[in-house]
Design a protein around this ligand. Sequence first.
Ligand SMILES: *[C@@H]1O[C@H](CO)[C@@H](O)[C@H](O)[C@H]1NC(C)=O
Ligand SMILES: *[C@@H]1O[C@H](CO)[C@@H](O)[C@H](O)[C@H]1NC(C)=O
Ligand SMILES: *[C@@H]1O[C@H](CO)[C@@H](O)[C@H](O)[C@H]1NC(C)=O
Length: 365
Amino acid sequence: MPPPLLPSGARSPTAAPIVLLICSLPVLFLLAYSAYPGGPLLLLGGGGGGSDPSSEGGNNNGNRKEKVAFLFLTNSNLSFAPLWERFFRGYGGLFTVYVHADPAAGVAHPGGVFSGRFIAAEPTQRASPSLISAERRLLAAALDDDPANAFFALVSQYCVPLRSFPFVYRSLLRSGERRRSFIEILAGEPGLSDRYVARGAAAMLPEVPFEEFRVGSQFFVLTRRHASLAAAEQRLWGKFRLPCLEAMRDSCYPEEHYFPTLLSMRDPEGCTGYTLTRVNWTGSSDGHPRTYLLGEVTEELVRQLRTDTGGPGAGGRSYLFARKFSPDCLAPLMDLADSVLFRDPRPGPNSTKCRLDDDDDELCS
Ligand SMILES: *[C@@H]1O[C@H](CO)[C@@H](O)[C@H](O)[C@H]1NC(C)=O
Ligand SMILES: *[C@@H]1O[C@H](CO)[C@@H](O)[C@H](O)[C@H]1NC(C)=O
Ligand SMILES: *[C@@H]1O[C@H](CO)[C@@H](O)[C@H](O)[C@H]1NC(C)=O
């Protein structure tokens, strides 16, 4: 993860989401696929589905259930695999999993829901276009693998869910609202101009004028339409993939700019502008956010991370995921799984949104 653009604390109100949505556009898809440097992206079996892809924002997809694709981007072991396993348990058919693991890292395959879900991967390096490539590879793999994938959530090995699967699912696939991507999009941040000229003063022109240049958390949840756009797009990518000048190394974090800039330019109305993944930049060091340690995992912490009550613009925003947690937090997180993390608030008497579809009203109980 790159260092924060802002001084510590400055981003805390906004930093945090990661969800990706997918809408089925097979043609675009194939394009994205074949246009991708490095050949076939995906070595997955299964997936797919017989029915026609749904259109973005459509609430009625016939009989096929839409899915949330979880895109794990990692360069070390998936220490929280057992927690995710529990998160997913019982909801087969409503999610898919894809893992991009840096091949140099020797990442162990955890089995279970991760079994056979590792996609063809290339080396990744912080603060380089290789992270964008990896994310596009994940998007393309998930788009191509399963037309039912409707949202695409990017997570890392340090991310944990703060809510139950049904809660996450219905938060994303809420009916009766226009679907938007949950991606942080910030303008006017200090340091943004240095980031902009990191490849040379005019390197981004004419495709990306400075006025259009944006920054945001790497962790997003995209709609299928936006996932297709980002996986296939070449014009901006041609710029963001350029190496930074040696002298600008400290301002080179293309992975924090490509997706927010692209979506801000192409479909700002289709984006929330904020992330669903909470991160704590207060007291960050070396550009890394606060990493929660073993002794810090408590019910109180989970509740604090779910809702951001402080800071301008926070406005009680709520989060579905959080980072970063050190690997030894697994045990205390597992202890809190059923009693706190995956325990939903009981739906109110007027709640009608808890049904996943006609077959799944039990998810609401
Ligand atoms: C990754 O997990 C494997 C299997 O559990 C283990 O053997 C290996 O030591 C782990 N690697 C690291 C760096 O912790
Ligand atoms: C964020 O980190 C700061 C500094 O370590 C700490 O005081 C604060 O309690 C943290 N906030 C949350 C929600 O954990
Ligand atoms: C539930 O619905 C009733 C009748 O429409 C309304 O009066 C009440 O305020 C609603 N309660 C909540 C918590 O929204």
